[in-house]
Design a protein around this ligand. Structure first.
Ligand SMILES: NC(=O)c1ccc[n+]([C@@H]2O[C@H](COP(=O)([O-])OP(=O)(O)OC[C@H]3O[C@@H](n4cnc5c(N)ncnc54)[C@H](O)[C@@H]3O)[C@@H](O)[C@H]2O)c1
Length: 252
């Protein structure tokens, strides 16, 4: 007996979907029946991903976006609605790490770049997605925060401040849009094996592993499981909250 895929008829936009966590989320949404727009400033990676998903029988399209540019985000949302006719689900996931340096030595330009991507990028995305989701009859959004959305981390002032901001922005938008049928939540991953961590040397990597009671870093698919659950009807009473997937990191 065949069953209808969970996200049949739904249209999703995932930022930062050419790599890592966003890629795993886009793959899972596509496998569950959603039409997915792969939005990334890595245009080649976005196109390769969309082509691969389309070849597997899914509905997917790629769009180049720079989430630090509000007009670019607006165009990506417009592209989604024009391509697939609606927008129901959004994952605001594009993000960068930034250099490791104490607050008193942190370059202003690094602060500006990290906050522009990891916080303003999420606001610009919500700013343009929410009217489109309401016009489509409602839906759900997940903003990708981090365990560093509630904990500090020495050497990462911009990243930590931006991710704390994402958690507050999530709660506020969730209050504003609940009555219009839009659920908005945040996910807080521990450290996950993705290209974002590729710059760390073996000693830093081992240190990060030691911070997780499970004795390993997470996998992008494990973050995708939680994210896609929050987007689904199974999470119908989950609104404005922040959900960890961190191997015990925050339990200390
Ligand atoms: N990897 C981790 O340990 C970890 C932990 C917690 C939270 N996160 C968060 O998860 C999200 C995804 O990270 P990841 O680990 O998959 O990283 P990643 O580097 O593998 O992927 C990030 C993607 O975002 C894209 N991107 C970056 N800046 C962009 C911009 N201005 N406009 C459009 N696209 C842009 C990149 O091209 C890339 O495809 C980020 O928000 C990150 O902060 C990651």
């Amino acid at each position: 007996m065949s069953t209808t895929p969970e996200f049949d008829g739904k249209v999703a936009l995932v930022t930062g979907a050419a790599s890592g966590i966003g890629l795993a989320i886009a793959e899972k949404l596509a496998a569950s029946g959603a039409a997915v727009v792969i939005a990334d400033y890595n245009e080649t990676g976005a196109k390769e991903t969309a082509d691969r998903l389309t070849a597997s029988g899914a509905r997917a399209a790629a769009v180049a976006v720079d989430v630090t540019d509000a007009a670019s985000v607006e165009a990506a949302v417009r592209f989604t609605v024009e391509t697939f006719g609606a927008l129901h689900l959004a994952v605001n996931n594009a993000g960068i790490g930034g250099p490791s340096r104490p607050t008193g030595e942190y370059e202003i330009s690094d602060w500006d770049r990290v906050v522009a991507t990891n916080l303003s990028g999420v606001f610009y995305s919500l700013r343009h997605e929410l009217p489109a989701i309401v016009a489509s009859g409602g839906g759900a959004v997940v903003n990708m925060a981090s365990i560093l959305g509630t904990n500090g981390f020495a050497g990462s002032p911009a990243y930590v401040a931006a991710k704390h901001g994402v958690v507050g922005l999530t709660k506020t938008a969730a209050l504003e849009y609940a009555a219009q049928g839009v659920r908005i939540n945040a996910v807080g991953p521990g450290f996950i094996e993705t290209p974002l961590l590729a710059g760390s040397d073996a000693a830093s990597h081992d240190h990060l592993v030691s911070l997780h009671p499970q004795g390993r870093l997470g996998r992008a698919e494990e973050v995708a499981e939680l994210t896609v659950f929050l987007l689904s009807e199974k999470a119908s009473f989950i609104q404005g909250s922040y959900h960890l997937v961190d191997g015990g990191y925050s339990a200390r």
